[in-house]
Design a protein around this ligand. Structure first.
Ligand code: PMP
Length: 398
């Protein structure tokens, strides 16, 4: 028999399947709210001006394309630390933070997970219920058993904080807790500063290993405020992991720009941890690609381009908030049978709308509006041209 005769067909990625159905839909007024991408009001993925300028400079420099170091571009890694911790962070000054450029946020999670599995193979991993759909598969693929902690409260479309805290407190020591640093995917529900303080205390008391996933820094309130949870963990003295993604904040999805940062207990520890992390990278893909990291480092390390980028990021953030607001207000104005004001309290690109799978199916069949069956919509795919059609359809299926 053929070598592959017994290979089973893996299940399709549900969101990619949704895209295929959307592309095959012939209706002119169709709307895709299923994707996890920021679109402009014209429905396009932006190419940021700051990125274009950095790319122009790079092209002009006509630099050779030698290998990067295993951990990537030093100026990039430094800039990432500055975004997360503030560039004057005493942890950085003390040499306790290591950062490695990674293949997007996913690549950062993966090299972190592989390192952790060598360090503490019997740990379990706890992720929010629900979480980004790749968290479970990624940590299971790295060899861990993955559990959920309570998170979303369907009754309020907000946070089940009591449940979350109870579940974290019940975890065995050395459990790895994956936390969304801001703009939770898929729900849009975040913790308040006081709630973060309690989570930090629970991690300390329970000897847990925090792993913060930062995929949307700048999409809630701005670079600095969105780093608040990371800063609280930094102030706690705990050792922890942070994965960064610039896919959304730089609109560089296909360039795979991310980073893994590890906050260690001392400079000496940091050197040893980095040496092991480099081994993980070396045996996976050897070293990262040059383009995306160079572009992001150029923008972050030039005061002029950085200001330009922060302004463009601010425009994206404001447009999402405007869409949240219009979604809520227009539904209320139509006399919708449900109060959607919670959508204004959710943050980032996504919202758990509370729409049922049956309602989502009706949106697709009757109106050509595509969303994830969990009721997640990408708010960043709403725009001034499609919002009325979406609101009318939502009101009709309630
Ligand atoms: N973590 C979360 C919470 C995400 O939503 C995403 C993707 N959107 C990622 C990680 C992965 O990011 P990237 O596309 O940079 O790999």
């Amino acid at each position: 028999a053929s070598l592959f005769a017994q290979v089973e067909l893996a299940p399709r990625d549900p969101i990619l399947g949704l895209n295929e159905a959307f592309n095959a839909d012939a209706r002119a007024n169709k709307v895709n709210l299923g994707v996890g991408v920021y679109f402009t009001d014209e429905g396009k993925i932006p190419l940021l001006k700051a990125v274009r300028e950095a790319e122009r400079q790079r092209l002009e420099a006509a630099a050779a394309r030698g290998y990067l170091p295993i951990e990537g571009i030093a100026a990039y890694n430094q800039a990432v630390q500055g975004l997360l911790l503030g560039k004057d962070s005493p942890l950085i000054t003390a040499g306790r933070v290591i950062t490695a450029q990674a293949l997007g946020g996913t690549g950062a999670l993966k090299i972190g997970a592989d390192f952790l599995n060598r360090l503490t193979p019997d740990s379990i991993v706890a992720i929010s219920d629900p979480s980004w759909e790749n968290h479970r598969a990624l940590f299971e693929g790295a060899g861990f058993t993955v559990k959920n902690y309570r998170y979303f409260d369907a009754a309020t479309s907000g946070l089940d904080f009591a449940g979350m805290l109870a579940d974290l407190k019940a975890l065995p020591a050395k459990s790895i807790v994956v936390l969304h640093a801001c703009c939770h995917n898929p729900t849009g529900v975040d913790l308040s500063a006081d709630q973060w303080k309690e989570v930090v205390a629970a991690c300390q008391a329970g000897d847990l290993i925090p792993f913060l996933d930062m995929a949307y820094q700048g999409f809630a309130e701005g670079i600095e405020p969105d780093g608040a949870a990371v800063r609280l963990f930094a102030d706690s003295g705990l050792s922890f992991f942070v994965s960064s993604s610039f896919s959304k904040s730089f609109s560089l999805y296909g360039e795979r720009v991310g980073a893994l940062s590890i906050i260690t207990g001392s400079k000496d520890e940091a050197a040893r941890v980095l040496s092991q992390e480099k081994r993980v990278i070396r045996t996976n893909y050897s070293n990262p690609p040059t383009h995306g990291g160079t572009v992001v480092a150029t923008v972050l390390n030039s005061p002029e381009l950085r200001a330009m980028w922060e302004a463009e990021l601010g425009e994206m953030r404001d447009r999402i908030k405007l869409m949240r607001n219009q979604f809520v207000n227009k539904l209320a104005a139509k006399g919708a049978k449900r109060d959607f004001s919670f959508v204004n309290r959710q943050r980032g690109m996504f919202s758990y709308t509370g729409l049922s799978a049956a309602q989502v199916e009706r949106l697709q069949k009757e109106f050509g509006i595509y969303a994830v069956s969990t009721g997640r919509i990408c708010v960043a795919a709403l725009n001034s041209k499609n919002i009325d059609a979406v609101v009318d359809a939502v009101a009709a299926v309630l």
